[in-house]
Design a protein around this ligand. Structure first.
Ligand SMILES: NC(=O)c1ccc[n+]([C@@H]2O[C@H](COP(=O)([O-])OP(=O)(O)OC[C@H]3O[C@@H](n4cnc5c(N)ncnc54)[C@H](O)[C@@H]3O)[C@@H](O)[C@H]2O)c1
Ligand SMILES: O=C(O)C(=O)C[C@@H](O)[C@H](O)[C@H](O)COP(=O)(O)O
Ligand SMILES: [Zn+2]
Length: 358
């Protein structure tokens, strides 16, 4: 497979796939040519893969340090961020030192934020090991950590110097985590590409069986679709990049009220997309079948469709008011207009939001 190029002028980079022309060693030399030192960051479940990556870095002459954070969303915290800064200071890192994130979105967001902050910016290499991080979080430069009042409230834009995707890492990924990643893949179909959505409907069984060709296709396709958006609106300034947030206004409320542990991110996104689509129906923007197709595909992928009944509605609305897309306290939602297309919609009545949460 050809690399996917993310064109961002001086911040351009390649997403490369293992098994294609060129080794990980070539990728490292191309991505961070001036690095002599690297801090490899992993979590307790990806340490084994990180050791392989560390050996490969050392084989091309880099000295390395390693930092391992506890697995799970709770590591996207100020405390773990501080520990990574300490690890960089202990190395000691210089301006060319690479931060190499080996893990899922948690490791990527946390290590990416440390790379953005230390010395006002270190080169960052993403080695995603979950499906979700391969199709979404390793690309596009959003880094950050959570706050008790909301998801990803503290962070920075910091593009990676390169992304290395090896689907073999998925061999150890639990089924629930794999399905969680599929939610973001469904998202790309709904927001950008009706044909890709139909491809997923037709190939759901092969996808769930992790057929290698199907997985390679959906990862590369998702990366290209995300790169197309990021290239046009790198810092979510024009409103275009906000489409990648489809389902997320709800999802972040579910994750926050659920205490960052009840659901995986993709599970929250799945239910969030259904809520957003039902909201679009209530506003008369789409016919019911646009939602029903999402419901059917998300059900096939074993993902939730509705928030847990025990989660109180008002705290969820409160989290939504703090959403980064909200302006002057007014809720803004990304809503479908048809399969393959969405719009950012302002001033949605809160009562309708309550109705879709009930
Ligand atoms: N920056 C972005 O653009 C962006 C996009 C989407 C999601 N996110 C963030 O990403 C996070 C979710 O990412 P995630 O779903 O990858 O979760 P995660 O990083 O928590 O990984 C999921 C679980 O799988 C384990 N794991 C990772 N790779 C493994 C492997 N190969 N084998 C076995 N276990 C493995 C992890 O230790 C963890 O327990 C959320 O915090 C979300 O907000 C960020
Ligand atoms: O890259 C983006 O832009 C996204 O919105 C991708 C989302 O899947 C991702 O969950 C992101 O972290 C959400 O960002 P936030 O700005 O809403 O915190
Ligand atoms: Zn997401």
């Amino acid at each position: 497979m050809e690399p996917v190029r993310v064109n961002l002028g001086p911040r351009s980079y390649d997403i490369r796939f293992a098994g294609d022309l060129g080794s990980f060693a070539d990728f490292v030399r191309l991505s961070v040519p001036r690095a002599k030192l690297a801090l490899v960051v992993a979590d307790t479940h990806t340490e084994r893969h990180a050791t392989t990556v560390r050996d490969a870095l050392e084989s091309v002459g880099l000295r390395t340090g390693m930092a391992v954070v506890p697995s799970g969303e709770s590591s996207k915290s100020l405390a773990e961020f501080g520990k990574l800064l300490d690890a960089l200071a202990d190395l000691p890192a210089d301006r060319q030192t690479a931060v190499v994130a080996v893990g899922g979105g948690v490791v990527g967001d946390l290590a990416g934020f440390a790379a953005a902050a230390y010395n006002r910016g270190l080169p960052l290499v993403m080695v995603p090991t979950t499906l979700l991080s391969m199709v979404d979080s390793s690309v596009g430069g959003k880094t950050g950590i959570n706050h008790a009042k909301g998801k990803n409230l503290i962070g920075a834009f910091h593009q990676p110097a390169g992304v290395w995707i090896d689907p073999a890492f998925l061999g150890t990924l639990p089924d629930r985590e794999f399905r969680s990643g599929l939610a973001e893949v469904v998202k790309y179909g709904v927001i950008q590409d009706a044909e890709f959505f139909a491809w997923q409907e037709a190939n759901a069984a092969a996808i769930l069986a992790r057929d290698l060709e199907a997985v390679r296709y959906l990862v590369a396709k998702s990366c290209r679709l995300k790169a197309d958006v990021v290239e046009q609106d790198e810092r979510e300034e024009t409103g275009l990049r906000a489409i990648l947030n489809y389902g997320h206004t709800f999802a972040h409320a579910f994750e926050t009220v659920g205490g960052y542990g009840a659901w995986l991110h993709g599970e929250a996104v799945a239910a969030g997309m259904v809520c957003a689509s039902r909201l679009a129906e209530k506003l008369g923007r789409i016919p019911a079948d646009v939602t029903e197709r999402q419901v059917k595909l998300l059900t096939a992928f074993g993902l939730p469709l509705h928030p847990k009944a025990e989660w109180p509605i008002e705290p969820m609305i409160d989290v939504m008011r703090r959403d980064k897309k909200a302006a002057a306290g007014r809720l803004r939602f990304v809503l479908p207009t048809r399969m393959g297309h969405v719009e950012l919609v302002d001033g949605v009545p809160e009562d309708l939001v309550r109705e879709v949460l009930c």
